[in-house]
Design a protein around this ligand. Sequence first.
Ligand code: 6PG
Length: 233
Amino acid sequence: MQVFESLDELSNAAADAFCKAAKEAIEQRGLFRVTLSGGSTPKRLYELLATKELPWQNIEFYWGDERNVTEDNLDSNYRMVREALLSHLPAESLRAFPVPVDPDNPAATAEAYEKTLRETFAGSDVPTWDLALLGMGDDAHTASLFPETKAIEQNDRWFVENWVPKMETYRYTLTSPAINSARQRWFLIGGSNKRQALASVRSSASDLPAALFPSRLIESPTWFVTRDAVAVS
Ligand code: 6PG
């Protein structure tokens, strides 16, 4: 687990690692496919990436989860990434594939994005991302796999709508198999409010079910965390 004194230090390290991973993937396979996390933690990373020299035409951006809002809504993960990163890149080289949210038709929205993903990764029984960027909530959710929600069991699908009772709203999310199929899975976590969840997610205790701590579903992640998110023993 890489521990950083600040979110800015974490974000700079993650940006350097992103550039390294992207260049390696493009050298090896000509393409770098990354699925992005939303929320607030990764925003600084996205802003830093906007200042980097990368072969953007060989990078494809997908979303690991999205809110049930259109792209112009302040809560949209796509809007956050567009403002922090995409709008600063050469438009002609941009390859971004946002979730086509129709707030009135959650099932159709999820099916449409799953179709896009299955076309993108045609011939593969899993989406072979080069990188899945992930955050974690203080309830140990990741993407929009919230505790005790249906999406945690929908392992036959890659991307689903997910009713979140405590928020009384639909979210959209990759399922855990569709995250774990990535070559690399990175958690970016900051803030003392994540301390308890992080300790539970990383615990070796057997009595912490993934249904209650969905970030435990993620296999062999790389951890980028700030010191205030690490429990003091
Ligand atoms: C979202 C995210 C979600 C996020 C966590 C942490 O749509 O909100 O994808 O999984 O990573 O909720 O959010 P913060 O980074 O804002 O703490």
